[in-house]
Design a protein around this ligand. Structure first.
Ligand SMILES: *Cc1c(COP(=O)(O)O)cnc(C)c1O
Length: 230
């Protein structure tokens, strides 16, 4: 069996190499380990290998894992589609939500804040290729959604997220990553008060190096750390 420790080291080396190629600093790229389908013990191993940020795509599964790992200082990211009726639970479980794609969901997440809770960090998920099967907002709806979120004081809009179409050659994902970066730059140029727009969540095991070359500040890596999923 592959060791999670070795996998983490290998992914970190690949991140460092991609940063070097593109004149970026490795500390400017956050590695979020996507632990969906893997048990809490595997997450614990990855934590002991030095990782602190983990991502899940389903609220229910995350709740159980979080409870089993409450003794660790983990920052949790929701990277999968979120239904509005789970916004309250999501807000309790996660510090980041990468998949905000409607005004209604943003409002629900805002309203779900409890007294004294920190601002929830959110990203707008963009459906870059207009794929029916995927969630995410249409590119033309990103600006109005960002403006809405900026008015919700208990959310902090950190940037954009995308899952490009599946391609065999990671190079073929490059135009999508570039497009997302350009969209984020345009949005930052609008000078909307209250939004940060510092983050681009893009790149998975197969293509995170290309994503880093195109400006990713958050890469979401599952298989490369935990091995294949059934
Ligand atoms: C599963 C998942 C990942 C990780 O994918 P790998 O190919 O295993 O690295 C990243 N982002 C999202 C949204 C996912 O659902």
């Amino acid at each position: 069996m592959e060791s999670i420790y070795d996998n983490v080291r290998r992914v970190q080396e690949r991140i460092a190499a991609a940063c070097q190629r593109s004149g970026r600093r490795p500390e400017d790229v956050k590695l979020v380990a996507i632990s969906k389908t893997f048990p809490a013990e595997r997450v614990r191993e990855a934590y002991h290998a030095g990782l602190r940020e983990f991502g899940e795509n389903r609220v229910q599964e995350a709740a159980a894992k979080r409870a089993a790992l409450a003794d660790l200082g983990i920052t949790w990211h929701l990277v999968g589609h979120l239904q509005t009726n789970k916004a309250k639970t999501a807000r309790e479980l996660f510090q980041w939500v990468h998949s905000v794609d409607t005004i209604r969901l943003a409002q629900k997440l805002h309203q779900a804040a409890s007294a004294g809770s920190a601002r929830l960090r959110v990203l707008i998920e963009v459906n870059l290729a207009g794929e029916e099967s995927k969630s995410g907002t249409r590119p033309q709806d990103v600006l109005p959604l960002a403006e809405e979120i900026s008015r919700l004081g208990l959310l902090e809009l950190r940037g954009l997220m995308a899952i490009p179409p599946i391609v065999e050659n990671p190079e073929d994902a490059r135009p999508y990553f570039r497009r997302l970066r350009e969209m984020a730059e345009q949005l930052a140029g609008q000078k909307i008060a209250g939004i940060t727009m510092a983050d681009l969540s893009m790149g998975m095991t197969h293509d995170f190096e290309v994503a880093i070359e195109e400006g990713a500040t958050i890469v979401r890596v599952g298989t490369g750390i935990f091995g294949g999923r059934d």
